[in-house]
Design a protein around this ligand. Structure first.
Ligand code: C2O
Ligand code: CU
Length: 543
């Protein structure tokens, strides 16, 4: 493959939206940030130059980073933040991914404004498994906060409040014509009648899942998370934070303007944003101008049936050009409850609480605490003061996970990690719970793509549910939509040595501890071991 170089200058710049302006952190002065383009097999070096005022890190979401956790990016997991005024060059190898992925800041909530697309084209001599589209367009869905995102973040940390609604959603940086002061800047995609376009859709929103559609146009999903899927014919998609979807749309309608729009799927009683962001599909040439411009009909904000009707349609393409290998002989079973619950704060020892307890988020009832020296650094230097390897591989308490509503279960706090032998064949079942606040969770894993072999509502039954697994053509992904009060089973082979972060892709939940790190030990050979530590890594406070 080729070697490519990018320069990312991270700095504050001024943007105006919703009738007000603010200074915010961006890469190369753009929102969304610059796209990285590569072909499968290429190596990309990104020189991240932090010209902001605080430390940041950048993560390549969905890229496996084979044997190279050093460049993966999650703060305090694989590196300490890049201090303001310094730079850090990260190396990204595109080994098996093909399609759309993305990059984003992986420190505090900076990813609200620091993110962009990664487009991985087929290697030379190969092509898309569908007719070459006439045009391609990246569609980045994001959230806009009038406030400074660092303040929003600090409030979320301090208050332990469940909801941080944004002021708007955006399509390619623009809220769209339904918002104040936004009509003239609405994003427009010009299309030619009769042609087919590939939309590379990314949900970069901090805290919400979205429905997306285009008025009077059918969509065909052909890929997700950097892997091809069997075509899914649909009027809308549901996309969770962290996910990417490749979608074909044919410009075959008679009028000149149609809205594409995204609105939230919150599936919760909570007061989430209910705003609709829009962009315009604009036909070139003479077609009649509709008035008003038609909006797509999207499912309602609590329509979990519409969401699961869509999410359960995913199948890997799994043909001879794109074979898959679903792990079969499981050597390690992990059952992991996913909860928003409480931590105990005696004598109001946690800030912002009134009743002594505060909201937390946990996996197997462990609320993750970020260490001061990153886990990768500590692990490779045999410094075991930063973490312990006793993360429980099954829930410490058994109960009716999705039935017990008014149970108070306190989470433990600490930096507990999972340690796996190289080559372990893992089945991990995420189990949603009804503690505190039942909701969906976009569960993401770094360092791997994995197969989603099963999902369902209620409590996972390890006797009967595996009978219904899809072991033929399950989707290969990096982020799943764990349904509210439900479970999802994933499989992967632990063949990537390193330290890999596993977390909910709602920022508020990761911030409160819905996360864990997985250490995959080195195998016996150079090719099964982590690459050596680069000469320069951003310094940690205590090193
Ligand atoms: Cu998209 Cu841990 O990240
Ligand atoms: Cu979550």
């Amino acid at each position: 493959g080729a070697i490519r170089h990018y320069d990312f200058v991270v700095k504050e710049s001024n943007f105006s939206r919703l009738c007000s302006s603010k200074s915010m952190l961006t890469v190369n002065d753009s929102f969304p940030g610059p796209e990285i383009h590569a072909q499968k097999g290429d190596t990309v070096f990104v020189n991240v130059r932090n010209q902001g005022t605080y430390g940041i890190t950048i993560h390549w979401h969905g890229v496996k980073m084979p044997r190279n956790p050093w460049s993966d990016g999650p703060e305090y997991v694989t590196q300490c933040p890049i201090p303001a005024g310094t730079n850090f060059t990260q190396e990204i190898n595109f080994s098996t991914e093909e399609g759309t992925l993305w990059w984003h800041a992986h420190s505090d909530w900076s990813r609200a404004t620091v993110h962009g697309a990664i487009i991985v084209y087929p290697a030379n001599g190969t092509s898309y498994p569908y007719p070459k589209p006439y045009g391609e367009q990246t569609i980045v869905l994001a959230s806009w906060y009038k406030a400074d995102v660092m303040e929003v973040y600090e409030e979320a940390v301090a208050s332990g409040a469940e909801f941080n609604t944004s002021d708007a959603f955006t399509i390619n940086g623009q809220p769209g014509a339904l918002f104040d002061c936004s009509t003239g800047t609405t994003f427009r995609l010009a299309v030619k009648k009769g042609e087919t376009y590939l939309l590379r859709i990314i949900n970069a929103i901090l805290n919400e899942e979205l429905f997306f559609g285009i008025a009077q146009h059918n969509l065909t999903v052909v890929g997700t998370d950097g892997f091809y899927t069997k075509p899914i014919y649909t009027e809308y998609i549901m996309i969770t934070p962290g996910q990417t979807m490749d979608v074909l749309v044919t410009a075959n309608q008679p009028a000149s303007y149609y809205y594409m729009a995204a609105s939230p799927f919150s599936n919760s009683e909570a007061p989430f944003d209910n705003a609709t962001t829009t962009a315009i599909l604009q036909y070139m040439g003479n077609q009649s101008a509709p008035s008003p411009i038609p909006l797509p009909t999207l499912p309602g904000t609590n329509d979990s049936t519409a969401a699961s009707n869509f999410t359960t349609k995913f199948r890997s393409l799994a043909n001879s050009a794109h074979p898959i290998s679903v792990p079969k002989n499981i050597t390690k079973h992990i059952l992991m409850t996913v909860s928003v619950n409480l931590i105990f704060c005696p004598n109001d020892s946690c800030s912002g609480t009134t009743d002594g307890d505060r909201l937390a988020a946990s996996l197997n009832n462990q609320s993750f605490v970020f260490p001061e020296t990153d886990i990768l650094e500590a692990y490779t230097r045999n410094n075991f003061s930063e973490f312990t390897t006793d993360f429980p591989l099954e829930p410490p308490i058994y109960f009716n996970f999705t039935g017990d509503v008014n149970v108070t279960v306190y989470a433990g706090q600490g930096t507990k990690v999972i340690e796996l032998e190289y080559g372990e064949v893992v089945e991990l079942v995420y189990q949603g719970t009804n503690l505190g606040n039942a909701q969906n969770h976009p569960m993401h894993l770094h360092g791997f793509s994995f197969f989603l072999v099963g999902t369902g509502l209620g409590n996972f039954n390890n006797q009967t549910d595996p009978d219904n697994y899809n072991l033929i053509d399950p989707p290969e992904v990096n982020t799943i939509q764990l349904p509210k009060n439900g479970w999802s089973a994933i499989r992967f082979v632990a063949d990537n040595p390193g330290v890999w972060f596993l977390h909910c892709h709602y920022e508020r939940h990761t911030t409160w501890g819905m996360a864990v790190a997985i250490i995959v030990k080195n195998g016996g050979t150079t090719n099964t071991s982590m690459r050596p530590r680069p000469a320069y890594m951003p310094p940690c406070p205590n090193s």
